[in-house]
Design a binder for this molecule. Structure first.
Ligand code: FNR
Length: 190
């Protein structure tokens, strides 16, 4: 079975290492996963005044999340938490009240940083947010990527075989997780 995976890059920076990581993950993913980026850069800052008449950017974001079989979030850690632009996007998707676009959506959270912690604290914050929004998450493997520029090129080719193997394993486990959650959703088990 083929699955449509929406992916969100949590960085707006032009030289984003997380965007590079996203390209590597896509290259190393199983063939039955097809990827579409869900952009967050044009979303205004959310407040509930928008609920009465959602702007097209907000509606497009929600529609893209809902149209995805699974959601992969590739994000930096900012000050030991979720970057504001990404949290803003999640807030857009969660509203108006009663129309949470993340409910029962299988998700994966991964990220890269130049430091050794590899976005672990951001991922922990993101798990709390996605849990509240009733989005099941791939629990294992976790992907805390200490980014080494010498092993990733701009197109997402990975020159270190150990890293490539790990990222490919992460994506095959993510694909299997998406399939399990969609099967459970279809059968009404969760
Ligand atoms: C950072 N950085 C960072 N790194 C980290 O591992 N933990 C952190 O808490 C932070 N905090 C932080 C705050 C802010 C405002 C910035 C701009 C940066 C460094 C960060 O990992 C590095 O800039 C990455 O390159 C960001 O990822 P992208 O944007 O290149 O994908």
């Amino acid at each position: 079975t083929n699955y449509n995976i929406g992916y969100i890059v949590g960085s707006l920076s032009t030289g984003s290492i997380n965007r590079t990581l996203s390209q590597a993950l896509i290259k190393l993913a199983p063939d039955n996963l097809q990827f579409t980026e869900i952009s967050i850069k044009d979303l205004p800052l959310y407040n509930y005044d928008f609920d009465a008449s959602y702007p097209p950017e907000g509606t497009a974001f929600k529609t893209a999340v809902e149209a995805s079989d699974g959601l992969l979030i590739i994000s930096p850690e900012y000050n030991r938490s979720i970057p504001g632009a990404l949290k803003n996007a999640i807030d857009w998707g969660s509203r108006p009240w009663g129309t949470n676009s993340f409910a029962r959506k299988p998700t994966g959270i991964i990220g890269a940083s130049p430091g050794a912690i590899g976005t672990a604290v951001m991922q922990s914050s993101m798990r709390s947010v996605l849990s509240f929004l009733d989005a099941p998450q791939l629990n294992s493997p976790e992907g805390y990527i200490a980014f080494k520029p010498e092993i990733f090129d701009a197109e997402g080719n990975v020159s270190d075989s150990g890293t490539a193997d790990f990222l490919g394993h992460y994506m095959s486990e993510f694909g299997a997780f998406v399939a399990r959650v969609l099967d459970a959703n279809a059968e009404g088990h969760i």
